[in-house]
Write a protein that binds this ligand. Structure first.
Ligand code: NAP
Length: 480
């Protein structure tokens, strides 16, 4: 199927707006031009924020049943056009069509959950008379929308990660301005199309396309923005936190997730899950498996099976159903990954398979003997590279898993319930998957990390908490 796109517009304050200056959106697979989007200016961003001020009032005045109807309407629209959504994800990003279809299906779920959760934005009654002087008072708190949310999103899940911000924002009666990644803006614009089609009042949602480094400052520093919901890399995240001022901040950042495989694990399952977790979306996945700690007694077998499975991976045309892994998002990114691998090899790491680059493609790569002094041992690789380490026992595996600055998710393969509980207690992460790789997630669970993996949690219900504030109400009654 061919998608014909000719000059997309951005959505500001309910109007689809074009600009003379455009940004080219290219397919990373062959660098072909897919479309263009407007290169928004600082003035556009200021105008967008002014429109969102009105949007916030409109959003807050929408009844819960109207919000539910609109969010479900957007989900219906995406469901009716699901293949178009999958195709755009796969064309502008680096996902294969199979991976992209999964993301489109998840986006529908994310929106449906948002509509459901809109019913449950509740407060509770308070017993004021628990304190002396509180007699004859009754009251409660309820949750109210915070106003305008700035959503800044990355390239690797260009639709569903945007839905994770837009769904709860609309469910809570907030206005939201989305600044999608410059390399993958089309999916976010298509999400906006779904909401427009579903009858979301103008000005509640804007999607503004432009370079983060040019228009980002205006957005993140503006006093009318009450919350920044950022998903992306550590460097940009830290810069935004430094500049933001007094605002709520939600930071979904990167990681180099560990998986532990103990000698009593189901080896076949551990290999299959860990290979998939390492190379999903060409390793450009915040939950991607980067470090695997394997008990020494099974190291040899695990390594052999892991390499065998990795070498079966079909890398190539994203649109082919046979393909397991596509390219990285740009050739520049593939070169960055290549350099990190080469540095580790120069310092003594052993290349077990992969290590080859062809344009934006980088082969699924497995390393062992990686010295701690190499960048790849501590930093996020964000590419299809995984490091295998033998460990003595669980204590050793936990200590090594925790020896980095990140802590998003972890996995452990074992049949021993005590070992699983020790890992749950002692791993410094936001989520632990027992008998799954770090890459397992559903859209309704609390999602986020500790340490440099972030601040706050997404996962609809949890984003709703972040996107609302409690307001306390107290009635002083006449003395009885
Ligand atoms: P990125 O380079 O940090 O960019 C993310 C977004 O921030 C883009 O929209 C970017 O705009 C914008 N941006 C960059 N600098 C900015 C600034 N100074 N002010 C305002 N906005 C700015 O990340 P990426 O390469 O797209 O995504 C990969 C990273 O995201 C990885 O580290 C990955 O682990 C992380 N991630 C985390 C999660 C999670 O939920 N924890 C999920 C997915 C991805 P431009 O595109 O215009 O530069």
């Amino acid at each position: 199927m061919t998608v014909i796109l000719k000059g997309q517009k951005m959505l500001i304050g309910g109007k689809w707006i074009g600009r003379h200056e455009v940004i080219e959106v290219r397919d990373p697979q062959d660098n072909s031009l897919l479309d263009t989007v407007p290169a928004a200016t600082k003035e556009d961003m200021l105008h967008c924020i002014e429109e969102a001020k009105e949007g916030a009032k409109i959003a807050a005045a929408m009844s819960v049943h109207e919000r539910i109807k609109v969010i479900n309407g957007a989900a219906d629209y995406i469901e009716e056009n699901q293949e178009k959504y999958a195709l755009i994800i796969s064309k502008e990003g680096s996902k294969t069509i199979r991976e992209a279809r999964k993301e489109a299906a998840r986006c529908i779920q994310t929106l449906r959950i948002s509509a459901e959760e809109a019913r449950r934005i509740n407060g509770e009654t308070l017993s004021f008379d628990q304190m002396s002087g509180g007699e004859n008072r009754v009251g409660y708190y309820y949750r109210f929308p915070i106003g305008i949310i700035a959503a800044i999103t990355p390239f690797n899940d260009p639709l569903n990660l945007v839905a994770h911000k837009v769904g709860p924002a609309i469910a809570t009666g907030n206005a939201i301005i989305v600044k999608p990644a410059t390399v993958t803006p089309l999916s976010a614009l298509l999400l906006a199309e779904a909401f427009s089609h579903a009858g979301l009042p103008p000005k509640v949602l804007s999607v503004i396309t432009g370079h983060g480094r040019e228009i980002g400052d205006v957005l993140v520093t503006h006093p009318a923005i009450r919350m920044i919901s950022f998903t992306g890399g550590l460097e940009a995240g830290e810069e935004i936190v430094r500049k933001a001022g007094l605002k709520k901040i939600s930071m979904e950042l990167g990681s180099n997730s560990p998986v532990i495989v103990l000698e009593d694990a189901d080896l076949k399952d551990a290999v299959e899950s860990s290979v998939s977790g390492s190379f999903w979306a060409a390793g450009q996945n915040c939950l991607g498996v980067q470090r695997i700690y394997i008990q020494e007694s099974i190291m040899e077998q695990f390594q052999k099976d892991f390499i065998l499975r990795t070498e079966q991976y079909c890398v190539g045309d994203k649109q082919s159903l046979e393909t397991d892994m596509g390219p990285l998002i740009t050739e520049k990114e593939a070169i960055r990954v290549e350099k990190m691998v080469d540095e580790a090899i120069a310092k003594g790491a052993k290349l077990l398979t992969g290590g080859e680059r062809n344009g934006a493609f980088y082969s699924p790569t497995v390393l062992t003997n990686v010295p701690d002094s190499s960048r790849i041992a501590k930093e996020e690789i964000f590419g299809p590279v995984v490091l295998l380490y033998p460990v003595e026992d669980l204590n050793d595996a936990i200590a090594k898993s925790n020896s980095v600055d990140y802590g998003l998710q972890a996995g452990i393969f074992t049949k021993n319930i005590d070992a699983a509980h020790q890992a749950i207690d002692q791993l410094d992460v936001g989520g632990i998957m027992i008998n799954d790789s770090s890459d397992y997630r559903i859209d309704a669970m609390p999602f986020g990390g500790v340490k440099k993996s972030g601040l706050g949690r997404e996962g609809i219900k949890f984003a709703i908490q972040e996107m609302t504030e409690p307001k306390v109400v107290c009635f002083k009654l006449s003395a009885r």
